[in-house]
Design a protein around this ligand. Structure first.
Ligand SMILES: Cc1ncc(COP(=O)(O)O)c(C=O)c1O
Length: 455
């Protein structure tokens, strides 16, 4: 055991030497930034890497190390870093102003682009993030139905606001944050994923459910994949019960198909939430859907009572700001051709096959999960199977093994998000081949560190 610990420490020590300037920056950061980071997912063992520039599918750390990037702006960069169309649109807009404090044509054009890609989406309201989008979707559903409760699924992530930061990681009967009032948590019911009987039972038991929200691309970026047949049955059940069906397409939107998971799997949600690719790599989110629900944002002429008490309120200084709108329009114009989505998926198919082949050749237990341009590497604990408890997936992809895999991959020139992530249209077949070879070498490092095989 002493040798294993020593070897694991040796991996970490090599990592610390390789990314020494990042370690120093992190020390400085911890003095002014809680946890030293600005997003929980960027917290890393022993410290996060610091990046100073990016282009296409690559980014460069402050030490000058080139990395193939699979974070791709937390999934926002389907076109890759600094796609020329987006850069040109933003530069042109920058010269014309970043905030008019007034309506502008770009917000209309942006909303039209979203509606064109989604036949069931009649109207759209922009927000600043996916968190704000799911928050607004819940408020719309509650106003529309007059009911307070929502159902979500174990392992599904919808942002960090109080209403949905619940049951995302194991144990699923606990909130994912301190500081959420018990009263708020009581408005959320958590169902096992892909389990229609469980949803039906919750609806039978609780007549006050306004909405069911589901991550379109599968829980936690498809770590917990959705069964499309379940989604279609869920939609039918909710229609029958008059419960609002919210499809959270913050990741799957424009990625699973130009029209998202709803296009890929033939769904017609009542409301959809987007962010990430929507704004072409700049901040932005949106809610869209049925006109009779979205009209709860409308003002009514000569109806002061409705305007004060009936409609839902929504502000936000940077909603649909011209820079995000310009980037979003440029990005969605490319998305509408179908090419970026198809290209990213083609590369991801190659990557998943290559990674799986490495596991098989080396006789390492595990599998590669993924849909469209998303992938997860699951290094299986003994007895773990793809149809086993979903909590195991979180243990294997979030714990010390995952941290070691990420360190080893970074030393080999690849930046994974946890143990997988997102492929973009900018990744080339050469990048994929490089990543597969890097994975092979990273596994050798883990073996040397005594972290594989798992027993
Ligand atoms: C499915 C899903 N919904 C909502 C969010 C929250 O979006 P944002 O980070 O823009 O607040 C995320 C973020 O990763 C997400 O993956």
């Amino acid at each position: 055991m002493a040798t294993v610990k020593g070897a694991a420490t040796a991996l970490e020590a090599e990592f610390a030497r390789h990314f020494q300037r990042s370690a120093e920056r992190y020390q400085r950061a911890t003095r002014v930034l809680p946890a030293g980071v600005t997003h929980d997912s960027r917290h890393a063992t022993p410290f996060p890497i610091y990046v100073e520039r990016a282009q296409g599918a690559r980014k460069w750390t402050i030490e000058g190390h080139e990395l193939i990037d699979y974070w791709m702006g937390h999934g926002a960069l389907l076109l890759g870093h600094n796609a020329s169309t987006v850069v040109e649109a933003v530069q042109a807009q920058l010269a014309r102003g970043t905030h008019y404090g007034a309506s502008h044509e770009l917000e209309v054009e942006w909303a039209e682009a979203v509606c064109r890609l989604h036949p069931g989406v009649e109207r759209v309201r922009f927000t600043n993030s996916g968190t704000e989008a799911t928050l607004m979707a819940l408020r719309l559903a509650r106003a529309f139905t007059g009911r307070p409760r929502v159902i979500k699924f174990q392992g599904h992530f919808h942002g960090w606001h109080d209403y949905l930061a619940y049951g995302v990681t194991p144990p699923f009967d606990a909130p994912n944050s301190a500081g959420i009032p018990a009263e708020t948590l009581r408005t959320v019911l958590v169902a096992p994923p892909n389990d229609l009987a469980a949803v039906r039972a919750l609806l039978d038991q609780h007549p006050d459910v306004a909405a069911v929200i589901v991550e379109g691309g599968g829980g936690s970026n498809n770590l917990v994949p959705n069964d499309p047949a379940f989604l279609r049955a869920l939609q039918a059940l909710l229609q029958e019960r008059g419960v609002v069906f919210i499809l959270d397409e913050v990741i799957s939107g424009f990625r699973y198909a130009p029209g998202g998971a709803q296009e890929r799997w033939g769904l017609r949600p009542d409301l959809t939430t987007w962010a990430k690719i929507l704004a072409g790599g700049l901040p932005g989110g949106a809610v869209g859907g049925r006109a009779d629900i979205m009209e709860y944002l409308d003002y009514r002429e000569d109806d002061a009572r409705w305007n004060r008490h009936g409609r839902i309120g929504h502000q936000g200084t940077f909603n649909a700001n011209p820079l995000s709108a310009a980037a979003g329009i440029a990005c969605l114009r490319e998305v509408a051709t179908g090419q970026p989505t198809a290209r990213a998926e083609a590369r991801a198919v190659e990557l998943r096959a290559g990674l799986a082949e490495v596991l098989e050749r080396r006789g390492i237990a595990g599998w590669i999960e993924g849909t469209a341009s998303v992938f997860h590497i699951i290094l299986a604990a003994p007895g773990m199977r793809p149809d086993g408890p979903i909590a195991q997936r979180f243990q294997q992809t979030r714990g010390p093994l995952a941290a070691a895999l990420r360190q080893a991959m970074l030393l080999e020139g690849v930046d994974l998000m946890h143990t997988g992530a997102l492929v973009s249209a900018a990744h080339t077949p050469g990048d994929i081949a490089f990543t597969v070879e890097a994975f092979d070498r990273a596994l050798t490092r883990l073996e040397r560190a005594g972290m594989l095989p798992l027993q």
